[in-house]
Ligand binder design. Structure first.
Ligand code: MN
Ligand code: MN
Length: 467
């Protein structure tokens, strides 16, 4: 027989906040999470850079019945379309019964991740080694990118206008590349420097070859010539073609389960594919929604959302205006009535670096999907601070549907900070809040997430679309 609760216990239950966590999940829900994450790992492995994420998403979408969007066609409720921006961003829309008359439901994640980009003139030779000069992309702790295997991904456009896609280093038996580091024996000076000075952006030079061109009649930069000759043979490119290219180096390892219990996933680019995939899966999961649902995967978030493929571009706005035109309403009315989940990660509390966090307002691995009411930095600068009303709406949606969730601020006040696309969405007069997955070692080559948190993100986006 259950013991009767004391008056104090009953009062506590009634008044105090008692968030759910993984301990309340059934064995079946955990199994669902594990299964869902197999699809996520495949997505992550296929999508180190944004163009690849778009291609893979398009493939998945076509299998799920989505067709390319035609602004002049007319669509009916339940129709599924995708719309691609310059190969680097993709919108998936499921047309609702009301179309966008009462606004659209938006889930927006980004598919670019921190990495090392090649400079326009990358290839050089020094002391019989061939190297690439690079310019890092996004917020990196540079030392983390040394002495690990890297693979080359990207696109080169030749003088005749044809484009070549390059992926080198992903396969088990393929060669890879590497940024070298100084041996500890000779690092007495390096290790006493502050971290920002011990390893600078100009030190991120990537080793790409060491053998000279064999049939040479002279001695001039033969290692460099040999590298160029290999690239020319395989891709038909010349050194000048680097000037019209987007090439980057990303870690060459695949996603792996982490922990004896396999409860977590380690991999490159969780930020923000770990929100992109659940948002895509949610778009697939909705049939005939009330309002048109749009999952949008955007580019350039890691460098400020600028440019015509970033969230500050008008691409999504124009798409919604086109949908509104078909529904016979003004585009800006449709936009103003829309609501959005800005699907991005937050920093999970790390017990090893506890002082960087404020424990009461941090998110935790296995605490469920995390809502970040605001991001930004000291004094709430550079953020969209979600309204109490909108927070109330989302909170109630999650509670009603039994979704495990938590609140999260990005670290201790005045320690640093970060931003998301939420503020650019808010600028379009849309109600928006950040909702995503907690990540350990964010922006490192190998980031960690929890499987149940990934699954809760999927459930949150799905219920948001269905509501
Ligand atoms: Mn992010
Ligand atoms: Mn990021």
């Amino acid at each position: 027989m259950a013991e009767e609760k004391t008056k104090t216990e009953l009062l506590r239950e009634k008044l105090m906040n008692n968030p759910k966590d993984i301990k309340k999940l059934s064995a079946e829900e955990i199994k669902n999470a594990d299964e869902f994450c197999e699809g996520y790992k495949a997505f992550l492995n296929a999508s180190p850079v944004e163009r690849e994420a778009v291609r893979y998403t398009k493939q998945l979408a076509e299998k799920a019945g989505f067709t390319g969007y035609d602004p002049d066609a007319s669509y009916k409720p339940g129709d599924r379309v995708y719309y691609i921006n310059r190969g680097k961003a993709i919108a998936l829309a499921v047309i609702g019964k009301d179309g966008v008359k009462n606004g659209a439901r938006l889930a927006i994640a980004h598919i670019d991740s921190p990495r090392i980009d090649l400079k326009p003139n990358p290839l050089y030779e020094a002391n019989n080694l061939a190297l690439f000069k690079t310019h890092y992309y996004g917020g990196l702790k540079k030392y983390q990118w040394t002495a690990i295997p890297l693979t080359l991904h990207g696109t080169v456009v030749k003088l005749d206008g044809t484009a070549v896609d390059i992926v080198w280093g992903d396969e088990e038996n393929e060669s890879c590349f590497c940024v070298t580091d100084l041996l500890p024996h000779l690092a007495q000076e390096q290790v006493t420097k502050p971290m920002a000075k011990a390893f600078t952006g100009e030190d991120l030079n990537v080793l790409v070859g060491s053998r000279p061109y064999e049939e040479a009649e002279d001695e001039k930069e033969l290692v460099k010539l040999n590298v160029m000759s290999i690239l020319n043979e395989k891709y038909g490119i010349t050194e000048g073609d680097f000037l019209s290219a987007e090439l980057c180096l990303v870690p060459s390892f695949k996603a792996k389960d982490v922990g004896f219990d396999r409860s977590m996933i380690g991999g490159y680019g969780h930020d923000d594919k770990v929100c992109a995939y659940p948002a895509v899966a949610a778009a697939f999961g909705v049939e005939v929604p009330e309002a048109t649902c749009i999952t949008y995967l955007t580019d350039k978030e890691e460098i400020g959302s600028d440019g015509n493929t970033g969230m500050q571009s008008d691409f999504l706005r124009y798409f919604i205006y086109d949908l509104a035109r078909q529904d016979g309403v003004e585009g800006y009315h449709a936009m103003s009535k829309s609501t959005c989940l800005s699907a991005d990660v937050n920093a999970a509390f790390d017990p090893t670096y506890a002082s960087a966090f404020e424990a009461k307002n941090s998110c935790y691995i296995n605490g469920g999907v995390v809502i970040s009411k605001y991001t930004g930095h000291g004094g709430k600068y550079d953020t969209s601070d979600a309204s109490a009303e909108y927070m109330g709406k989302i909170r109630s949606l999650l509670e009603t549907n039994g979704i495990v969730w938590q609140i999260g601020e990005l670290g201790r006040v005045d320690l640093g900070g970060g931003g998301t696309i939420a503020k650019y969405v808010a600028n379009m007069n849309v109600d928006v809040v950040d909702l995503g997955v907690p990540v350990l070692s964010m922006h490192a080559p190998f980031e960690i997430v929890s499987k149940t948190d990934v699954y809760m993100a999927y459930r949150a986006f799905l219920e948001f679309f269905k509501a």
